[in-house]
Design a protein around this ligand. Structure first.
Ligand code: GLN
Ligand code: ZN
Length: 774
């Protein structure tokens, strides 16, 4: 067998997000079930045919999903929580994903949602308990979709999440006894996997792809033992039933170095897939382990989760080395992970008047990544000569990008190199700043503020869209937005809020808004990737050295300040959040890019201060999610993440009050870094969480001021006054009263005006209640 080509999964939304519109239409009732299922089938066929026509040998099936492939696996093995038991079919499936309310008959909440490793994809974890019984669904989705492809003449390699990762990704039911360990379910689960693999074998599958991404993470000895136990049992079951299907175990998002021996020791597994983009350093370990065990390797050399063209020459050298050591029949060329995390294709980027030719030349989306994989495969099979033109064109793009003046900005590079330690700290320590700020701001006790955005109504979104399209003039746009800002300021004054915001009406998205104004950051027309269910995001593309040619927020903020005597808070997005929510250049460490953004934000902070703004908030909701998967890499990340934030925030005088905001409340384990950020005021999500996080602040004697959100902004429900005062009472068991700010959990942009007014009234009343007691 020659070297083969493979991918681990294909984006399912379709070239124009067809799946999103089908599914959402179905939810609204404008698309029938039959039309939804037919439309989905068409998309699957289309995507298989694209892969076939490009020359991919191992084409996955069952990577498609109407909502989430991890939830699909739970359905395949019958792990359906009790409360959905009365439902069936699509109704049951979507009820698990997003809840279901039918007046008088059904009212079930959805399952929660979790981030899939360090991607922006969110999956639906099912809760497991001792009473969970796995049963293989009859004619399950993997079998149906394998047969569907077979019917159009394509023999696929069915994908399903592997049994150990299935359990590790699942949750433990809250009501389960504490001695219950979800990993105890492994034997029962594996027996069902054996059943499924047997059925797929009977249908004609030769290979199965089992994803075990946890194999690249830190595993406890118990988890390692469970891996061996699971695959020993699976191999025995398959042998006993004479199932001849070969198993590929796929690992990704990190190198396989630490667990390479374990992965290759898994009984009954014929091939291992390793991510050689994130884990290029583990190449030797992987190939040696393959040689020692006689197994095959799938080399993930084309990045499945970024938008850049692969540099084919070094990738090809890895493939060639592996072929020399292992022989061609034991090597395949693949995407590093599923292409689910890439946009569909570059076609749309090439259309229209404003084509950014450089950017198009530098990028490869899923369809173009198929070409890259096939070129590498052919080069390995027949020699470089056979694909000379493609290799030359690739080398030309890669070197063109390296040398482009749009990538390289010597001034930015020099400025970063010249950063002094004094540019990473405020002038005085917090205690001294606190006094100066108190004199300037003269805020009452328990000061109130909000997190930044106010309701974004349909008319507001229309105004922005029309301006973007050019159907609304700049002056008219500015007039309308100023009207909005004035209304938001008045609204806050009427409520008697202490530190005001301008409302962020000009922003579609907190990262996009800044990305559009920064040099070195570009945008795609159609570069959508699935975030969860039918939700897609179109991240900015950071392609070069980042700088800020002009002030980005000063005009709006100073206008808002001119309308009130109360302090107006300038609102910015921090460097780590801009980094984490964008596609990032792969030709320099993320650290450098983050710090460049930090300097650009610093310029804005200094300009705001110069323009008379006394309070400036730099949002960093993504700082926790940027953490590497491996613990050993945390310190390094946290060091540069903190430095990037400090670069952005420390250019001001002591009297300027720096706020930051973070949602997602689970950062007890990064408290050191949070303290090092040294912001004067930090607002965090807190309304729904227990006191664990606040206790962590207490334990560390967090010296600066803290605004734990006192109401949840994700719901329409207006939290009553008593609930909010209770919340503050609880807070005071952990925090000194004179450090507490009163604010919501997050921005209000998704709320309506009416509920916002009602809930903020209660918020201000809460502050006043405690003021009078203090
Ligand atoms: N300032 C932003 C807002 O209020 C913060 C959003 C966020 O933290 N995700 O919308
Ligand atoms: Zn937030």
């Amino acid at each position: 067998m020659p070297v083969t080509s493979a991918i681990l999964g294909f984006p399912r939304m379709g070239a124009n997000r067809e799946l999103k519109f089908l599914v959402e239409g179905f939810w609204k009732g404008t698309v029938s079930e039959t039309d939804l299922l037919n439309g989905a089938k068409e998309l699957r066929e289309k995507h298989w045919r694209i892969q076939q026509s490009k020359g991919i040998d191992a084409i996955p099936s069952n990577d498609f999903s109407l909502y989430d492939h991890i939830l699909d696996a739970a359905v395949t093995f019958g792990a359906i929580p009790e409360r959905y038991a009365g439902l069936s079919g699509l109704e049951q499936y979507f009820a698990m994903a997003r809840g279901l309310q039918k007046p008088g008959t059904v009212d079930v909440a959805s399952l929660p949602m979790s981030k899939y490793f360090d991607t922006n994809y969110h999956y639906v974890p099912v809760p497991l308990s001792p009473s969970t019984v796995f049963t293989l669904a009859p004619n399950s989705k993997p079998v149906r979709e394998f047969n569907e492809a077979k019917a159009i003449g394509i023999k696929t390699r069915p994908y399903i999440v592997g049994p150990v990762s299935f359990l590790l990704l699942a949750r433990t039911n809250k009501e389960a006894p504490i001695q219950f360990n979800k990993l105890d379910l492994i034997d029962a689960l594996v027996d069902n996997y054996a059943g499924l693999i047997g059925e797929l074998g009977a249908a004609g599958a030769e290979w199965i792809q089992l994803d075990e991404p946890h194999l690249t993470n830190d595993l406890t000895p118990v988890q390692q033992a469970v891996y061996l136990r699971a695959y020993t049992r699976l191999a025995a079951k398959l042998a006993a039933a004479s199932v001849g299907v070969k198993l590929l175990v796929a690992t990704y998002f990190e190198g396989l170095d630490i667990n390479a021996d374990l992965a290759f020791a898994l009984p009954g597994v014929s091939a291992i897939h390793a991510d050689l983009v994130r884990g290029v350093d583990s190449f030797t370990a992987v190939v040696s382990a393959a040689k020692a065990t006689g197994k095959a390797v799938s080399l993930g050399v084309v990045n499945g989760r970024n938008v850049w063209k692969a540099d084919l020459e070094p990738a090809l050298r890895l493939v060639e080395q592996a072929v020399v050591i292992l022989g061609a029949d034991r090597v395949s060329v693949a995407s590093s992970c599923s292409l689910l995390h890439s946009p569909h294709s570059l076609d749309a980027e090439r259309l229209g008047a404003q084509v950014d030719r450089d950017l198009v030349d530098w990028m490869a989306f899923a369809v173009e990544k198929l070409d890259e994989i096939v070129v590498l495969t052919k080069a390995a099979r027949f020699g470089r000569q056979y694909v000379r033109a493609a290799l030359d064109a690739n080398a030309k793009s890669i070197s063109g990008k390296k040398e482009s003046p749009r990538i390289n900005n010597p001034a930015v590079q020099a400025r970063l190199k010249a950063v002094l330690p004094s540019q990473l700290t405020r002038k005085s320590p917090y205690a001294a700043r606190r006094k100066i700020q108190a004199d300037i701001l003269k805020l009452p006790k328990y000061p109130t503020t909000t997190i930044g955005s106010f309701p974004q109504t349909a008319s507001l979104r229309r105004i922005r869209a029309q301006f973007k399209k050019g159907t609304l003039s700049k002056s008219e746009y500015e007039r309308l937005l100023k009207e909005e800002i004035a209304a938001v300021v008045k609204f806050q004054e009427n409520l008697d809020i202490d530190v005001l915001v301008h409302g962020e009406a000009e922003r579609n998205d907190m990262v996009e808004y800044f990305g559009e104004q920064l040099d070195g950051v570009g945008f795609t027309k159609n570069g959508w990737v699935q975030s969860y269910g039918s939700r897609c995001v179109k991240p900015p593309v950071i392609y070069g050295d980042v700088s800020r040619p002009n002030a980005m927020t000063v005009d709006w903020t100073t206008y808002a300040q001119s309308l009130t005597k109360r302090p107006m808070k300038g609102m910015l997005t921090g460097p780590i959040t801009i980094l984490c929510w964008s596609f990032v250049r792969d030709d320099q460490p993320r650290e450098i890019t983050a710090k460049q953004i930090g300097l650009a934000v610093r310029d804005e902070v200094v300009d705001l201060e110069k323009a008379g703004i006394k309070v400036i908030q730099i949002d960093e909701p993504a700082i926790r999610e940027g953490l590497p998967l491996r613990r050993t890499k945390w310190d390094d990340y946290l060091k540069w993440a903190v430095d990037a934030f400090l670069l952005s925030s420390t250019g001001v005088e002591d009297g300027t009050q720096i706020h930051s905001h973070m949602c997602y409340s689970d950062f007890e384990d990064i408290m050191d870094a949070i303290i090092q950020l040294d912001c004067d005021v930090l607002s965090i999500e807190s309304a729904k969480s227990d006191l664990k996080l606040l206790q962590a602040f207490q334990q560390r004697a967090y010296p600066n001021e803290l605004g734990p959100g006192i109401f949840d902004i994700h719901t329409q429900r207006v939290a009553p006054l008593g609930e909010m005062t209770n919340r503050v009472d609880q807070m005071q068991t952990c925090l000194a009263w004179d450090r507490i700010w009163i604010n919501p959990d997050c921005g209000l942009k998704t709320r309506g005006w009416e509920e916002t007014e009602a809930v903020l009234k209660n918020m201000v009343a809460t502050a006043k209640h405690f003021r009078s007691a203090a």
